[in-house]
Design a protein. Structure first.
Length: 380
């Protein structure tokens, strides 16, 4: 007879284990379903804030550009002629009024001699006409007394009167047309003679000379260039947000890349009323004093313009966030950081003027703003 009791016992044990496991799973599953996992609460982010206030702002605008001659003159002649003398060499300093180029005056001097001779002849004719008129006037007065006494007839008196009148007319004519025409001719020749000496209109350096003795030149052709060195001009652009804070005459401090540890003084000499073709930027020129002559045209320079903007909203630069070419600040509202778009104005190394986007009394994050996302809870 076979013994089967152990197998039956084993089956009962397995059944009890399965039953117990099913009960366990049922109980724990219920507990999980009735007690979901609770998401942990994030702690507020500690930040440093500041109240938005109105205050006076002072800062500097930077204008960078290339320096050029403030004053430049191209030499040219008003008359054709042959060069007889060049009075200065390239690179030399010339003064206003110095004769730089002389043209041949021979023909004009001959014309002047002829005109002066014509004037002398006209003056002699005037003198003769004066004497004739004076004699005729004396005869008229003498014969008038005789006529009054009945010593001469009326016909003779009329002849004397006519002679006096003709002499007077000839004298007046000689005084007018002859003398004035001769003098006008002389004045015109002298004016042309002066034009044959081409003078420097400014103080400066003769940087180019394009002619030599013996050259034949025509009017309007560039003969040379003189550049003033006592003052240079720096040209650059200021943005539309900056342009209304400067005016002509404002003092500036200029630094030059190639001359370290030196500053130069100047002032704004020109502000364009219109922007460059692309808009948003306006050309500005600064006149820079160069008494030592060490500044050169073509050097790169930066002008610092001190500007003031009273009674405006000013915030620390640390509060500004830059994203997608726009400026933002984190404003604290009801314990949360609210990302707020702002429009900025003038700025310096420490702070920035806010033109739009903030109001006085608001609190903004000035330290730690870069760590915050919009809507996160913060702790001041």
């Amino acid at each position: 007879m076979l013994n089967i009791r152990p197998n039956v016992f084993n089956k009962k044990i397995i059944s009890l284990v399965v039953l117990a496991l099913a009960v366990f799973i049922s109980i724990t599953g219920y507990a999980i379903s009735t007690n979901p996992t609770t998401k942990p609460v994030e702690a507020p982010v500690p930040v440093k804030t500041e109240e938005v206030k109105i205050m006076d702002f002072s800062g500097q605008l930077a204008l960078t550009g290339i320096m050029d001659a403030q004053e430049k003159s191209n030499l040219s002649s008003q008359l054709p002629g042959i060069v007889t003398n060049v009075g200065a060499k390239e690179g030399t300093f010339v003064k206003r009024g110095d004769v730089i180029i002389s043209l041949d005056k021979k023909d004009l001097l001959n014309q002047l001699d002829q005109a002066q001779a014509g004037l002398a002849n006209s003056q002699a004719q005037v003198e003769q006409a004066r004497l004739n008129y004076e004699n005729a006037e004396n005869d008229y007065k003498r014969f008038q007394e005789l006529f009054k006494s009945g010593a001469i007839p009326q016909q003779q008196m009329e002849q004397i009167t006519l002679k006096r009148d003709i002499a007077k007319s000839q004298y007046e004519t000689a005084q007018g047309a002859g003398i004035k025409a001769a003098q006008a001719t002389i004045n015109a020749i002298n004016l042309n003679l002066a034009k044959m000496d081409i003078k420097s209109p400014i103080n400066g350096i003769l940087v180019t000379m394009n002619v030599s003795v013996g050259d034949t030149i025509g009017p309007g052709i560039s003969l040379g260039t003189i550049v003033a060195i006592d003052q240079l001009a720096l040209s650059g652009n200021l943005s539309e947000s900056q342009i209304n804070y400067v005016k002509v005459g404002d003092p500036v401090e200029v630094s030059v890349d190639s001359i370290p540890n030196r500053t130069f003084t100047g002032k704004i000499s020109y502000i364009s009323p219109t922007s460059i073709p692309t808009g948003q930027f306006f050309p500005v020129k600064v006149a820079i004093d160069n008494p030592e002559g060490i500044l050169k045209a073509g050097m790169t320079a930066t002008a610092k313009i001190t500007v003031k903007n009273p009674s405006v909203i000013v915030i620390p630069n640390s509060a500004l966030l830059r994203q997608d070419d726009k400026n933002y600040v984190m404003v604290v509202k009801e314990g949360k950081a609210v990302k707020t778009s702002v429009r900025t104005g003038l700025e310096n190394e420490e702070s920035t003027v806010i033109i739009r986007g903030l109001q006085t009394g608001q609190r903004i994050v000035i330290d730690g703003a870069e760590r915050l996302s919009d809507g996160v809870e913060v702790k001041e």
